[in-house]
Design a protein around this ligand. Structure first.
Ligand code: AMP
Ligand code: GLY
Length: 425
């Protein structure tokens, strides 16, 4: 079977690497891809925003499955158009992708389905927001409703900070994404991400991970798309995972189906493990980046088979997803300046040396410049290794990082710290 993979980051490199291992694959095409993805796929010049061009490509190349990596094409309805044309697609339709595309939509769904989450109110004007602020204790969480690349969430410690945040949102800093705002109760606990595949009815757990969103060691500095992750997140115990499936994932899938917008793809639940049990922070309609990289390192099955059964609505026939019990850990090497404006064009060397000991280096934001590998984005490389413990995986991943020569880049030195501390206790 021929497969088209859309996206060009570290998540898509990990997906390409796994898809390429399937005996069911004939040709893997990727757009736009990157130099890492090019090791496993034929790169094609195709914009995911041009739905007609994607459909034409699928017809001309007998594409049997389209795998959509990032959220924007999902929220934009690309999956709807592919399904209409009879092309199997991994990723939800536009209405279902609202679970990521509109925070207010998800909060309302939680209310209707009695799913545990933070108390909230949706507001569409600054005055309305200021009036509603009185109903929340401090700190209060203020979120742009729409897609804001992980930057639309502000945790305000004081009323002045809250007013400032509302000012920013309603003055158009997030464009249309900030025309509506959600105010939320601040929840306390440790965060974990949980992944589940669903075809709209059947649900198959796909493991857990813990991301590191702040740019600096010790979780300091501004938020990023994620500076590193490990899987499994043992803080999400089997008990808590079962609870999250029962109280969050199942009612979400059932309610979406009952309301005529069945969700097909991977549900990525950001969970807060509170004193009262797991509560939903947010949903994403795709695999996490860099969480996908560590999940793929642990996944031992046939990814083509699995994603196709999601796309075709036959997930109920699949056995449980087999994830190795070993820990996988990935470290994001970013370009100086990230999460602000990253330095582009910095030279990268030493990837082969980094991989010599069994680590894998996924490309996130790289480019090939006259045969030399250079940085071409904020998050540049995802250096990924496995081990029997988080500590062992961490040591192996940092050994690989230290073999890479990327003078205009940086990384956190403490990925996995919470779990490493628990392992040492
Ligand atoms: P989100 O983009 O919704 O995942 O939010 C980004 C980050 O903000 C989350 O990973 C949490 O660390 C934090 N956050 C979001 N909502 C809340 C909340 N209601 N209580 C506490 N922290 C939150
Ligand atoms: N790593 C966070 C995300 O993919 O949204």
């Amino acid at each position: 079977m021929n497969i088209l993979l859309l996206g060009g980051g570290g998540r898509e490199h990990a997906l390409a690497w796994k898809l390429a291992q399937s005996p069911r694959l004939d040709t893997l095409y990727a757009a736009p891809g990157n130099p890492g993805i090019a090791q496993h796929a034929t790169l094609v010049d195709l914009a995911a925003t041009d739905h007609r061009a994607v459909l034409d490509f699928c017809t001309r190349h007998s594409i049997g499955l389209v795998v959509i990596g990032p959220e924007a094409p999902l929220v934009d309805g690309l999956a709807d158009n592919l399904r209409t044309m009879g092309v199997p697609v991994f990723g939800p339709n536009k209405k279902a992708a609202q679970l990521e595309g509109s925070k207010g939509f998800t909060k309302d769904l939680c209310k209707r389905a009695n799913i545990p989450t933070a108390a909230y109110v949706r507001v569409t004007s600054k005055d309305g927001a200021i009036a509603a602020l009185d109903d929340f204790a401090l700190p209060v969480v203020i979120k742009a409703d729409g897609l804001a690349a992980g930057k639309g969430v502000i945790i305000a410690e004081t009323r002045a900070e809250a007013l400032d945040a509302l000012d920013t949102m309603f003055s158009g800093a997030f464009g249309a994404a900030g025309e509506e705002v959600v105010l939320e109760e601040f929840m306390t606990g440790e965060e974990a991400s949980f992944f589940a595949l669903t075809d709209g009815t059947a649900i198959l757990p796909f493991g857990s991970a813990q991301d590191h969103k702040r740019v600096g060691d010790g979780d300091t500095g501004p938020n990023t798309g994620g500076m590193g992750a490990y899987s499994p997140a043992r803080v999400l115990t089997p008990d808590l995972e079962a609870q999250a499936i029962e109280t969050i994932i199942k009612p979400t899938v059932a309610t979406m189906a009952a309301e005529g917008m069945p969700y097909s793809g991977v549900l990525y639940a950001g969970l807060m493990l509170t004193d009262q049990g797991p509560k939903l922070i947010e949903y994403n309609a795709r695999f996490g980046d860099p969480e996908c990289q560590v999940l793929m390192m642990r996944f031992d099955g046939d990814l083509v088979d699995l994603l196709l059964s999601v796309a075709q609505g036959t997930l109920a026939g699949q056995g449980p997803v087999e994830l190795a019990s070993r820990t996988a850990l990935t470290i994001v090497m970013a370009a100086n300046g990230y999460p602000g404006t990253p330095d582009k064009g910095g030279a990268i060397q030493g990837i082969d040396a980094a991989q010599a000991g069994g680590a894998l280096v996924f490309h996130a934001g790289t480019a090939d410049q006259d045969g030399a590998l250079v940085a071409n984005g904020g998050r540049v490389l995802n250096v990924t290794a496995t081990g029997d413990t988080v500590g062992a995986a961490q040591a192996a991943a940092y050994a690989a990082v230290d073999a890479i020569n990327f003078p205009s880049g940086f990384c956190r030195r403490d990925i996995g710290w919470r779990e490493v501390a628990r392992e040492q206790a």
